[in-house]
Ligand binder design. Sequence first.
Ligand SMILES: Nc1nc2c(ncn2[C@@H]2O[C@H](COP(=O)(O)OP(=O)(O)O)[C@@H](O)[C@H]2O)c(=O)[nH]1
Ligand SMILES: [Mg+2]
Length: 357
Amino acid sequence: MKTAIIGLPMVGKTSLFTILTGVHHEARIGSTAARMGVAKVPDARLEELGRLFAPPKVTHATVEYVDMPAISKESLRDPGYVASLRVVDAFAQVLRLFADDTVPHEKGSLDPVRDLEDVETELILSDLVVVEKRLERLDKDRKKIKNPELDREFELLEKCKTALERDQPLRQLEIDADEEKRLRGFQFLSQKPMLYVLNLGEAEAGQLHEREREYREGPLAGRAHTAVTAVCGKIEAELAELPRAEQTDYLASYGLAESGLERLITATYSLLGLMSFLTAGEDECRAWTIPMHSSAVKAAGAIHSDFEKKFIRAEVVNWKSLVDLGGYAGVREKGLLRLEGKEYIVKDGDVLVIRHG
Ligand SMILES: Nc1nc2c(ncn2[C@@H]2O[C@H](COP(=O)(O)OP(=O)(O)O)[C@@H](O)[C@H]2O)c(=O)[nH]1
Ligand SMILES: [Mg+2]
């Protein structure tokens, strides 16, 4: 699962990417290369299970981030740049709210809603080119051969075209599962789920949650398949340099209770429709990523394809019960370790033991 960090120049994309993934790279101005890094999904449940079982390995779920050079008309004309955007599952768009005279803003003033509309327009125009080309092709083909499949695709793309011409991103289009499937191959940019990341200045750090709510309920409300989160890039960067023991105090000095990065990663994870289940034992405690509403047999497959093929049963217990009762013997005694079959829908925070042939 990949999320591209996108936005205008000088809004803090690369800074955020570096703090999220710990990947440093020298700035290559004008380069259109996308750069990849991996972030651990913070998980307090996993940490507690790790304390209980004390295994040599505690393995977090991960999300992949791609640091993209700024979005512009020019960059979107570069096929390599567009290809890097197409393959991701979601976008995190950094919106600049921090003021800093030493770092000029492309447009000369701070206006995050203007900025996001500008980026949206570029994504929409890029999709419109693809839609129009395909419609032309379909038009020719339909004159040669009668095929209801072609007609259906034509109608669907007409619907997309109408939306795009009205300046509406495709993620807002109401489509059914069949239409979703037909559109998937195009990897339209304006169809990707979007996380808006408000990058605040230090002075506003204490009002992080208020600002986030203000935008979520105000100008960013009612946009399908989007989410909003606020961070203070400068503070996060300084935080990343501090030993863990000092981090809480440092956050508190700005009136903050938790790191914004953890919320950013969690928001990405849920925007992508993902959740995690856990496995826990003396060898390893680990969080695994699966789509929400996955069955036990699919969860088994996330661990190993053989587990999916030779699945017999899953033993399931909530992580909290396991921690509170001090391990498997405790939950078994209380009858809290349940046997579930293939079709069981795994819940966030379930600990699974897969029985397989
Ligand atoms: N004051 C302040 N400066 C920032 C913040 N985030 C980034 N910058 C600065 O803005 C400049 C551009 O940052 P960068 O992350 O490279 O932006 P990008 O062009 O969007 O990738 C750098 O000089 C950063 O130090 C922030 O949250 N506050
Ligand atoms: Mg950058």
